[in-house]
Design a protein. Sequence first.
Length: 301
Amino acid sequence: MNSTTSSYWYLASYPKSGNTWVRLWILELQRLAALKSAILRPEEALLYSQSSLSSSNRSGFSPAFRGWLDDQLGVDSGLLSFAELDLIKGRAGELNMIFAESERYHKVHDAFISPDSQQRPVVSTKNCQGAVYIVRNPEDVVVSFSHFASLTFDQCIEILLNPTAGLATNPSVGLYQIRQFLGSWDRHVHSWMSQKEIPVLIIRYEDMLNNSCQTFKSIAEFLQLPNDDSLIAGAIANTSIDRLQAIEERDGFSENTTSGTRFFRSGRQGEGARTLSLQQRQQLSAGLGEMMRKLSYEVID
């Protein structure tokens, strides 16, 4: 098997924490690198891997796609319980791990293990080179999640504190995805940070905003991507929130399943501190404070 096409990485995060931005930045970095090396003529650039930001809003492969999992398992995953799926889905794909270049960076929202997985990873680790785990201040996650899912702040806080929380848990919605176990925000972070199966690079969303070039360079080096400073800076500029909003406004975005909302809404830091009540911030700190301190986020007593 060709190791250049069988190896892959995970871009993991709790929802609304920035892994879609990283995925799109990777696609743009690859496009710019191909242009610089004359692999592509300028007029061909928009066709590169059919993944240019302006020609496609595809944000990458995810092992949560039900169709892919059904193909790998040879059964209808809808017939299996969540517990049955979590026991076996970490082995899905082990016999067929050859990916196109643009499909080697897999978006994941699952916690690394679930209560049903018997301490086994719920994602495949065979041939995996590692994971970039993006973490964001849970106060800002609440605000972003609230706008995306049309939920109140209190409902989102309840989700972040819920040890059994998950995505696509209602069989009547999210049918193209399987259930993804999240757990509480702090346990989700811990599950990826503490695992020893694959290398992991922990990246704070706030550092992606405030120290962009150095932070994205460390991501590029970890993922074995082109790490030329000018290419990295160009890809950052081309995936700014303003540009992503303009593309979404013009072309839509495939991951936005909520009518009337934007997937790329704000991306700012500190919205939680400005918009949540003191009581709501204290509630988050009381439940998540230990991990928040570890990641240098403000804890409200």
